[in-house]
Design a protein around this ligand. Structure first.
Ligand SMILES: Cc1cc2nc3c(=O)[nH]c(=O)nc-3n(C[C@H](O)[C@H](O)[C@H](O)COP(=O)(O)OP(=O)(O)OC[C@H]3O[C@@H](n4cnc5c(N)ncnc54)[C@H](O)[C@@H]3O)c2cc1C
Length: 410
């Protein structure tokens, strides 16, 4: 509904990234009138990387079985598979300092696969295609939200161009540096990982055989995630790499020319995929752990990276965000069915209770891993190696770890 210069909605979702778009899609059958707002003109990015582009997106996500199930139920997964994605069936993790190693296999866990690597732009494009025809949704982009004001029982969001959008409920899905979180004064606990993640796409001499590799190096973990170059890719020689390193090392790696970088990468992954023959443009992201103390304040609620950001070493970040969206959507629809208003504190409180502990648990688990592998004291290194091989031999513990990482047991 529009009055004068102001547009009114039941729900405004700020941020049309993977989590915000999923949130919008989950509410497609609800009676709410929704606006999804993003500051970016997404068509530019899609043209560069999306399904119609030969170029692989340097930003990829390892999606868990739980996320895949969610997208299958939403009818989005078929579109992703038709474009490009790569299931991985095995994962090998090893330690550069000793002999510790651990491996996971889908077959051992009686699962069809361990997970699926999807380019972020492919998933976003599939989601946009679905929500573009959603009757209860207006997609406003490029529109940047600049300020937030509390009005009586609703929020007024002011855009960069001075327009006003009002909502009974604001869902902030605007990422790790959330403007809404800042404007509304949500407190966070945060600390620097002292790591930068370098991401790029590489071509390898040997096929990846749909196996994910992760090597823990003194300066941070290096991951190789298998990619599909097209819907049917027999060559299997493209991978996305996420190389987390202390800032000095990251700077060194970014300063190398492509040939030197490929040589360094070949050596650091111990030539497990033969020679690295080519790399695409490299991008670097500072890594910071951040967790909002509360996810709800009045009629504003945080989801995805706006609520929590986590080290990418176990590929959990966006998967946690999808679970936030799924739980919030369920609570909102249930609340509406029993006659509660959209921003009812009981409804939003149930969302917070269901998600905050789970997210915190995963963040602590990842923090533990990061510290364990950053620790260079000899007894810790020894214990770590024994621990890794020990865990590898104790299948019950290993299976439980894997099932948690796959989102099967939470
Ligand atoms: C190197 C790296 C590798 C990763 N690998 C994995 C992985 O394998 N698996 C995994 O699960 N996770 C991974 N993650 C984490 C994952 O990328 C994030 O969890 C995910 O992108 C968060 O999605 P989001 O939609 O919450 O936020 P974002 O993707 O940040 O989206 C936020 C959106 O909000 C919009 N926006 C921001 N401010 C405004 C504003 N003021 N007005 C309007 N719009 C606004 C932005 O344009 C953007 O579209 C990785 C992260 C990094 C850095």
């Amino acid at each position: 509904m529009n009055t004068g210069n102001e547009q009114h909605y039941d729900i405004v979702i700020v941020g049309g990234g993977m989590v915000g778009s999923t949130m919008a899609c989950l509410l497609r059958e609800s009676p709410f009138q929704i606006a999804l707002v993003d500051r970016m003109d997404i068509t530019n990015r899609q043209a560069k990387f999306g399904a119609d582009s030969e170029k692989l997106d340097p930003r990829v996500s390892a999606l868990t079985a739980a996320s895949k199930k969610l997208f299958t139920e939403l009818g989005v997964w078929g579109d992703v598979e038709k474009q490009r994605c790569c299931n991985y069936y095995d994962m090998n993790v090893w330690d550069a300092d000793g002999t510790g190693s651990i491996s996971f296999a889908a077959a051992e866990l009686n699962q069809p696969e361990l997970g699926t690597i999807v380019e972020n732009s492919i998933l976003n494009e599939a989601l946009y295609r679905h929500i573009s025809e959603q009757e209860n949704l207006s997609f406003l982009a490029p529109v940047r939200i600049e300020s937030h004001r509390d009005a009586d029982k609703f929020s007024r969001l002011i855009t960069e161009s001075g327009n006003s959008i009002s909502a009974k409920l604001v869902i902030a899905a605007d990422g790790a540096n959330s403007k809404i979180r800042e404007l509304c004064g949500f407190r966070t606990r945060e600390w620097d990982y002292n790591h930068h993640a370098i991401v790029t796409t590489v071509r390898t001499e040997l096929p990846h055989q749909q196996t994910a590799l992760q090597r823990f190096i003194e300066t941070g973990p290096l991951a190789f995630l298998p990619l599909a170059k097209s819907a049917v890719d027999h060559e299997q020689n493209y991978c996305s790499i996420v190389w987390s390193a202390i800032p000095e090392r990251a700077e060194e790696l970014l300063a190398l020319d492509d040939e030197e970088f490929c040589a360094e990468l070949t050596q650091c992954i111990e030539s497990r995929l033969g020679t690295i023959q080519w790399c695409d443009e490299r991008f670097s992201f500072p890594l910071r752990q951040r967790h909002a103390v509360d996810y709800v304040k009045g009629n504003v609620v945080l989801i995805g990276d706006a609520a929590h950001s986590i080290h990418p070493l176990a590929g959990q970040g966006v998967n946690l965000g999808f679970l936030d969206a799924a739980v919030l959507a369920r609570e909102l629809v249930h609340g509406q069915q029993v006659g509660r208003s959209v921003a009812d504190p009981t409804v939003l409180g149930r969302y917070q209770r269901k998600r905050i502990g789970h997210n915190l648990g995963m963040m602590w688990l990842m923090e533990g891993f990061k510290h364990l592998f950053a620790e260079q004291a000899l007894p810790i290194r020894w214990l770590r190696n024994i621990g890794m091989s020990g865990v590898d031999n104790v299948s019950a513990v290993k299976n439980q770890l894997a099932r948690r990482a796959m989102g099967l047991d939470w």
